[in-house]
Every structure is written in C-alpha cells, then in structure tokens.
Design a binder for this molecule. Structure first.
Ligand code: CRA
Length: 799
C-alpha cells in the first residue's frame, strides 16, 4: 500500500489522542504499541474487506487448513513488512522520538503451538497469503498458550502464558458467526415418514463456539486470508437450572489451554473435546458460508472447498463432515462420502509411535454418539467393499476400529484423497514401512511435500543486516522470489562480499552476545564459533549427543590446558513437556555442566555453554541470525523434517547434521562439502532394529573416552545432578540407549573436528556459508504451499 511518512505521523498522533486521550510525551510503551497496531489495522481493513467481497463474488475454490496449533510469534513487524510500509513507519516513528524495535517488544508472542507443527502452520499462513492463494486457517483460541519456561536452580519451571491480558489488537470477535457444538447425551434414529432415518438427541451438553478472525496479510499484494480461532463459551440461552457449575467450568476450559506436548499423545477426554470442538465449529462455519454466498447445490461443495487435516488432531473432520452433509443438509450417504474424500486431505508429521492418536471406542461413543455411529458405518462399508478385493489381512491391518480403539491416522487416510509426509525420507518411510499396508491399497493417495519456511520473517524481518548485504550484492528480487538468492553464487570468490557477509554475521553475534550477557550474565567471545541447538527437548533429537561432545572438549582441555582449540559458545534453547521427566533431567544437566565449565578458570573462554530460557519464536529470531552452526543431530528416521535447519541455512549457518528429515535435501541443495554430515543412515538404523544387535553397554565399556564422559554423570564430577545424572547414565548403559547416541558419538566427534578445522580458515568457511544461502530457495514455504495448492487442494492463486 502507498503511505507517506507525513500521513503516517498524522494518523498515529490522532489515534493516540482518540484512543488513549494522551500525547507523545506522556504515552507509555503499551499505549504506543496499541496505537500503532490500531493504525495498522485501519490500513489493512479495507484490503481485507475488499478481498472477502471479491471471494464471495467470484466464488473460487478456497482451502481451509485445520490445525490444533498455530505459532505465529509477533505480528506487528510482519504486518508492516507485508503491507510494504515497514520503513515508512520506522522512519515516521523515529521522527516522533519512538524506536519501532522497542515498541515491537511489547507485543506478546502468539504461542498457541508447541513447536515445528504449529510453526509450520504459521509459515503456511504467511506463504498462502503472500502467493495469493485463497486459503484460511482454522484452530483454537487458547486463553493460555505454551507455558513460559523459567530456569530455577538449573531446573525447568513452567509458568502460565497469559498472552491475552492486554488484549489482542489483531483479532476480530465475530459473535454473529458463533455456532453451537454438542457433546454426549443419547442419539437414536427415527424414520421421518419419507423413508429417511433422522437422528434425534437427548441430554446433550451444549457449548457455544465463537470465532475470532485474524487477518493473514499477503506480502505486497491484495490477498488477506483469515485465521479463524474458536473460543468456547456458555450459550446465552442456557437454562441454568439444568446445568451445574462443573459444566460451566468445563465449557470454558475447552479453549483454556494448549496441551504442552507435541511428541506424546495423551488420551485425555478434554483433548478429544478440543479436537471435536474446533473441527465441528470450523466445518459448520464453512458450510453456512457456502450456503449463504454461493447459493449452489450443496452436493457441489467439493468443487468449492478443500479441507486440510494437519496431523491427526483434526481427523474428526471426516465423520463430522459426513454428519453435517447427511443430517443437516440432507445429502445421501454415497454422495456425502465421495464429497468427503474429495474435500479432505491429510498430512502426517511423525512416525513416533507414542505420538499416534488412538481413542478408546467407549470414549468416542460417550462423547460423540452420532459421530461414533458414522465411524462404525464408514468402517463397516469399507470392510465389506474391500474384503473381496484386497483380502482379510490388509483390511484388518488398516481398519479404523481395532482392538477397542479408533485409529485416527487410519480414519484420516481412509477419509481423504491425499496423505503426505513432510520431507522425502519421511514420505518414503510412510510408503515403505509405517503406512505400507495403506500404500498397497491406495498408492495414488501418497505423496511428499517437503516443508518450508516463511523466508520473509526468517531473514527480511529477523536479519536486516544480512538482508542489506544481499540487496547491495544481488539486488532486491530475492525478497519476492527466494530462488534468486542463487545469484549469490557468482560472488563466492569475491573477497569483498565474503568480508561483508562476515561482518553481518559478526554484528548479529554482538547483538546475541549482549542478550546473553543481559539474560544469563555470561560474557561470550563474539569471535568464537556460535554453535546452536534450539528445538523442543526430546530424546530423539539427541541434545545429549551435543552434551557428550561438550564434555569431551572439556576433559581434553582439562588434560591439556594449552590445547589449540577454536573457542566455542554452545547455545541451547529448549522447552521440555512438563510431564517428560527424562527431558527435564537433560535440561538440568545442561545447566549444571554450563555452570561447571563457565566457572572453570582453566577453560577461560575456550568453551562457554549457554542455556537461554523460554525458547520461542522471538528468541529464535535473535539467535538464528547469529549462528555459525546449526545442530540437526536427530537419529536418522526420527525427525520427520525439521524446519529450523532451513532457517539456519537461510541465515548462513552451516549444518552439523545426520542424514535425517529435510537435512538430506539441504545437503543435496547446498552440497555436503559445505556442511558436516555424520552418523548412522536410516537403513543402518533399521538394520539394527531388524537384528536387535545394538549393545550400548559394550561401547561404554570399550571406549575409554565414552567411559570417562558417562562416569562424570554419576561420580560427582558434574556437581548437583545426583538423580538426573544417574537417570541419563542408566538410559545409555542399562536401557540400551534407545536413540543410538553412543553409536554415533565417534563419528560426531570426527565431524566436529572437521568443523573446527574449516572455521580456522575464515574465507573457506564463509564461502561454504554463502553456498548455503545461495541454495536455500527451494526451502521457502511459498514453494511448499504452491505444491499443496497444485497437487492436493486444486486451488488457484489470485493474479
Ligand atoms: N514435532 C516433526 O517432528 C516437523 C514438524 C512439521 C513434527 C518435525 O520434524 O518438521 O512436525 N511432528 O512438519 C509433529 O508435530 C505430531 O507430529 C514436530 O513438530
């Protein structure tokens, strides 16, 4: 949009006066932020209205991305950037004596997601709008987002994330569009006199779902999509005589809290309620909107909408859409089923078995009696149809209802036309191993969509320093098309440009060093290698392998204080699920090891270990631009894709990684020679599984370095970790090291040595860094969403 600085300043001052009855000299940070947001909202609302109007008139097919998590982070700068007014606003504010970066700090991170899955959903939201696709989000407006992490005495302590306390200026409450959700009670079918069976209900619990819409603004275009988040409320006409306080509490609890775990499925009733809540609300709104705006035959709705099931949490979309079509809109079973399969598509995000949702049949039957009937019928019809075609074994292995449980992935695959994994290796594993039986029956449904990242946030907003160097070197087209970063290859031997890249990195490191000083009171050397591992804490991600390597370096230096090492700062950021004891023990150990090493005068600044508390999107935006190395060291086959690996690459960090998830594609694109590859391959891992011949204890006993390192966890060398140290020691030596940490240790040390050697040659290092940046284009989520749009949703971008 067009905006002059003069106009902006005038708008800002007027709004400050009208909103808060104050002026520039008296306004506080909160007031400044709220005023700015309000002005920005005014700027985009006409574009938003116009785009909605256009959609209703043109009636093009739209996609709806159903996700139980979104992780947008802050929206202010991203909205300014996408509207094309970031510089104007920054300058205008500066004229008024206000620093935009300070104002931006006031906005709380919108953290209604755990990690990769939620962040991916938000990258998609940005990319869908920025590439002009009509595609909207659907989720839950949690009152409390992901917990805030405090480190006290080395331990993780969880505090509530009460992010809505000062209001949320971006959202619009649409009370007129509220819908009702029903739980429990009894249901029976009665003939309507015309030969049709209609459901009748008794004693149902009613909950009101109120939508809050947040605009997803496209980058310098006219598309504004909608992220719709639902809040649960007590229906106003509820007869309180018949309801008790417990019910009232339960109702508002529905959208109260995000489940703080993404790797473990927790079979609690509240979670199932949440899943049905946002699924039913979202589908009801879509159907009503379709009826209202299109006035076409409901049976043609498959030509106008696509619904995406992001992991299995929204898998109830399948039976709920059936229910709505059949019970509410009078469509017959067969037509409803064909439409459902055509409309739905599903992404699998993990093969970890503990994360695969299965709900006890009784639970579903009691909570959602009508949906249960429909699921039983889907399962029955499918079994009858497929038995003669594919045989009993395949049918049994792929049934939705099995062993008294409803298998949500099976429901999603069967009720949709597309199942995709999130990186090549992961999609292959789905086809060849994890979902092989489904692949036999429905080969045409399986496909890969390698994840991507919203590059605007992860470089233009978070790394202005590097963005500036790129603009000067290759022009600005990369800001619209990330593939144009490949122009950088022409400069790989240009010493001047390499120097500029180094200087940009150095400035970002200074900025992070200041933050570390402020938050952790640790002084770090900006010349040192900044070696970063930031992600959720999970055994399969192997933060422990990183820790063992740090201990090796530490003991090497204790033995030989004059050893010639390149100074390193090891930086961690990680939240552990509150109930995940082992992960919390690792956090405690990292912090105690940090204390031990950082305060050892023999070590000086050769090694520093920093654990930054409360890792979130905003912190990632500070850390990644400053990283020299990104640690992507999961056991091969376990990390479905990973996306921080792409953010590091974009910011010129080199990857230290295993052949897992999207790392493989990163190495392919940037060259293995420009990164550090180590560890077992997926085939080697599966070979161990087949033979059952991994013996971690042998490695402990036979490798003196490993022996010494592991003993330090239990012999008092690392202080204050009595039970935590023992827990980790036992997991490796007695419980046979589930994620092959010890097996990969030697090769990891080798790769780390290679890394150190390359860093000694700053020119060679920076060249490798440049090659990573130059080849990152394909990891833009603009590319990913185009593939979803073309191959799965069949939607077209606005020209
Ligand atoms: N935990 C995977 O583990 C992947 C993201 C997004 C995850 C990551 O490797 O990058 O999804 N899986 O595709 C998941 O949430 C329920 O499964 C993740 O974030």
């Amino acid at each position: 949009m067009k905006l002059s600085k003069k106009q902006f300043k005038q708008d800002f001052e007027e709004r400050l006066a009208s909103k808060f009855a104050t002026n520039l000299t008296k306004a506080g940070h909160q007031e400044t932020y709220a005023t700015l947001a309000s002005v920005v909202k005014h700027y985009y609302s006409s574009i938003w209205t116009a785009d909605n109007q256009y959609r209703d008139e043109v009636g093009k097919k739209q996609a709806y991305y159903f996700s139980i998590e979104f992780l947008p982070g802050k929206l202010l700068k991203s909205n300014l950037l996408n509207l094309g007014i970031l510089d104007t606003v920054r300058d205008g504010l500066a004229d008024l004596g206000i620093d935009l970066d300070e104002v931006a700090k006031v906005e709380p991170d919108m953290a209604i997601g755990n990690g990769g899955l939620g962040r991916l959903a938000s990258c998609f939201m940005d990319s869908l709008a920025s590439t002009g696709f009509p595609a909207n989000g659907n989720g839950i407006r949690y009152r409390y987002g992901l917990f805030k992490q405090k480190i006290i005495d080395g331990y993780q302590v969880e505090l509530p994330d009460s992010w809505l306390d000062n209001g949320n200026p971006w959202e619009v409450r649409r009370a007129d569009k509220a819908v009702e959700i029903n739980f429990g009670g009894e249901v029976w079918l009665e003939d309507d006199g015309k030969g049709k069976l209609l459901p009748h209900y008794k004693n149902q619990e009613r909950v009101l779902a109120v939508p809050y819409d947040t605009p997803m603004i496209g980058f310098e275009n006219t598309t504004v999509n909608n992220m719709c988040l639902w809040r649960s409320e007590v229906p106003q006409d509820l007869d309180l005589k018949f309801q008790n306080l417990d019910y009232m509490r339960q109702t508002s609890m529905l959208s109260a809290e995000l489940y703080p775990d993404d790797s473990n499925y927790d079979g609690r009733l509240l979670r199932l309620k949440q899943e049905y809540f946002f699924v039913s609300a979202g589908l009801q709104r879509i159907l009503r909107h379709y009826k209202f705006t299109q006035k076409k035959d409901i049976r043609r709705i498959g030509d106008y909408i696509a619904v995406h099931i992001n992991d299995t949490h929204p898998a109830l979309c399948v039976p709920e859409f059936m229910r709505l079509l059949i019970d509410e809109y009078g469509v017959g079973w067969n037509r409803a089923w064909d439409t459902t399969v055509k409309v739905m598509s599903y992404t699998n995000h993990t093969i970890l078995s503990e994360a695969l949702e299965k709900w006890p049949e009784d639970m579903v039957k009691n909570l959602l009696p009508r949906l249960y009937q429909i699921i039983v019928e889907i399962d029955r019809r499918r079994t009858a149809e497929l038995l003669p075609k594919v045989g009993a074994t395949l049918v049994h292995n792929t049934r939705i209802i099995k062993d008294g449980q409803i298998h949500m992935a099976n429901l999603a695959i069967i009720g949709s036309h597309s199942t995709n994994g999130v990186a090549k290796l992961h999609s292959d594993l789905l086809k060849d191993v994890e979902l092989h039986d489904f692949y036999e029956i429905y080969p045409e449904r399986f496909n890969n969509k390698t994840n991507g990242i919203a590059d605007r946030r992860w470089i233009q907003i978070s790394n202005e320093r590097l963005s500036g160097v790129l603009d000067e070197t290759i022009g600005k087209t990369w800001r619209h098309n990330l593939n144009d970063l490949s122009l950088l290859k022409h400069f790989k031997d240009d010493e001047k440009i390499l120097k500029q890249l180094q200087m940009a990195k150095y400035d970002n490191k200074l900025r992070l060093a200041a933050l570390i000083q402020e938050r952790n009171g640790i002084t770090v050397n900006p010349e040192a290698i900044f070696d970063v591992q930031i992600k959720r804490l999970h055994a399969y991600k192997r933060q422990l392998l990183n820790v063992l390597h740090i201990l090796k370096l530490y003991f090497d230096l204790k033995d030989e204080p004059d050893l010639d090492v390149v100074p390193r700062v090891f930086i961690f950021g990680a939240k552990a699920a509150p109930g995940y004891h082992y992960a919390k023990s690792i956090i405690k150990c990292i912090n105690e090891i940090a204390n031990m090493i950082n305060n050892d005068s023999d070590i000086d600044d050769k090694i520093k270990v920093v654990f930054l508390e409360n890792y979130n999107v905003s912190l990632a935006e500070m850390i990644i631009p400053a990283a020299n190395v990104g640690e992507q060291i999961s056991l091969a086959s376990k990390e479905a894709s990973g996306t921080s690996n792409m953010k590091f690459m974009l910011n010129g960090a080199l990857t230290m990684g295993t052949l897992d998830g999207a790392n493989i594609e990163i190495f392919e694109a940037a060259g293995e020679e420009n990164n550090f590859v180590f560890g077992l391959t997926k085939d080697e891992v599966y070979e161990y599984y087949r033979n059952g011949n991994y013996n971690a204890r042998d490695i402990y006993e036979q490798n003196p370095i490993v022996y010494r390192i592991l003993n330090s966890f239990i012999d008092g060398t690392i202080p204050n970790i009595k039970s935590e140290g023992r827990e980790i020691f036992d997991s490796l030596t007695i419980y046979n090291d589930e994620y092959f940490v010890l097996r990969d240790f030697n090769d990891y040390v080798r790769a780390q040595k290679d890394l150190e050697n390359l860093y000694r040659n700053q020119t060679a290092w920076t060249k490798a860094s440049l090659m990573n940046i130059a080849n990152v284009g394909r990891f833009s989520s603009d590319r990913t969403v185009r593939e979803y749009a073309d191959d799965i949703w069949y939607i077209k971008a606005k020209k």
